[in-house]
Design a protein around this ligand. Structure first.
Ligand SMILES: [Cu+2]
Length: 65
């Protein structure tokens, strides 16, 4: 994970291939709840879950590896 923005809240992730959703890339994702960013630091390796909502893809869960 490359950057955290608790105010947005959002997270910038250098992610692998997400199947039908998108290929590997570095990008910023909106996060549903700023509390998901608690305890995370830049360059942590994470596992994350996204929801493909009508208004766009959002991160709904994050787990430190
Ligand atoms: Cu992407």
């Amino acid at each position: 994970m490359k950057a955290l923005n608790p105010k947005a809240p959002s997270i910038e992730i250098d992610h692998g291939d997400l199947g039908p959703l998108m290929p590997a890339m570095q990008m910023e994702f909106p996060v549903t709840d700023a509390n998901l960013l608690n305890g995370l630091a830049v360059n942590d390796r994470i596992e994350f879950t996204v929801e493909n909502a009508p208004e766009g893809v959002k991160v709904v869960a994050i787990k430190k590896k």
